[in-house]
Ligand binder design. Structure first.
Ligand SMILES: [Zn+2]
Length: 292
């Protein structure tokens, strides 16, 4: 069994407290293979990727879950996208290489934006929080506490090989819970985790190490992988949105229109014939530049 690219959910039997553990190995390296990130940005992006994997396991959704860390510092944007098929992709933009991992210094006046885009065009959900604390883990814990009104703690780690995370969440319950102190106790135990343990231990060993005196029900392993959701149709829609005039002017300058997906580096090329086809059915009145 591959324990390297997996999500595992678990429940504490004594009180309504749940958890998720994630380890990303090939999934994370697929991101690092495509772009060369400075160490501090690499850590930030790996932590955000693990955090989004955890978040995707706690939410019920069909479609895409997108997390953006937006800022005005040396780092301007991080995007991690998860799908309900348990695929992930990620990208970071920066103007200057940050000196070290410091969330506030890297992103300046930043915020975390979470968007859920249901498949087939249902209603989008969007939640926004200001950056809290010094780490992605604190910001994500804060987001979950605000958006779900549930006590939540998140631990994250990333290096140049792996990204990993652990989430503990207190579920709603009536006051008659038999072990009311369980949540505080397991959070306290989880605080003792070290970065190497988080990165290296499979879920079962990690939970045994942290909670060996607690009764934990561990669910089936759920595989996670890197996959880009770009395709030619989506690029074609983007070019149509750009407008015929703009696209034709690129064609005139460069003899063809080439668009590269920044998540996976896949190149999409449109020659003169392709461009004519793109706009052939575009008869909508008032579209600028349609008839020249
Ligand atoms: Zn792509």
């Amino acid at each position: 069994m591959n324990d390297n690219d997996v999500l595992r959910r678990f429940l504490f039997e004594a009180a309504p407290v749940r958890g998720v553990s994630v380890r990303l190995d090939a999934t994370w390296r697929a991101v690092l293979m495509r772009h060369d990130y400075p160490p501090a940005i690499r850590q930030l992006l790996g932590e955000l990727m693990a955090a989004v994997a955890l978040l995707s396991a706690t939410l019920k959704f069909e479609g895409r879950l997108v997390a953006q860390l937006q800022g005005h510092g040396p780092v301007t944007l991080l995007v991690v996208e998860a799908t309900s098929q348990r695929t992930l992709r990620a990208i970071a933009h920066w103007n200057e290489e940050p000196k070290r991992y410091d969330l506030a210094a890297m992103l300046g006046d930043g915020r975390l934006v979470i968007t859920v885009e249901p498949e087939g065009g249902g209603e989008r959900y969007q939640g926004i929080v200001e950056l809290a604390g010094d780490t992605v883990a604190e910001t994500m814990s804060n987001y979950l506490m605000q958006s779900e009104q549930l006590g939540t703690h998140v631990w994250l780690a990333a290096d140049d090989q792996q990204a990993a995370g652990l989430l503990i969440q207190k579920l709603p319950s009536d006051a008659t819970a038999e072990d009311a102190d369980l949540y505080n106790r397991v959070v306290h135990l989880a605080e003792t985790i070290t970065v190497p343990e988080l990165l290296e231990l499979p879920a079962r060993d990690l939970l045994r190490r942290l909670f060996h005196e607690e009764d934990v029900r561990l669910f089936e392993t759920e595989p996670v992988c890197f996959r880009c959701t770009c395709n030619r149709d989506r690029v074609a829609s983007m070019l149509r949105a750009l407008g015929s005039e703009e696209v034709h002017s690129i064609l005139l300058e460069q003899d063809r229109v080439e668009v590269a997906c920044e998540f996976c580096n896949q190149k999409y090329r449109f020659d003169a014939v392709d461009v004519e086809q793109l706009f052939a059915t575009d008869m909508s009145p008032g579209t600028p530049g349609t008839f020249h």
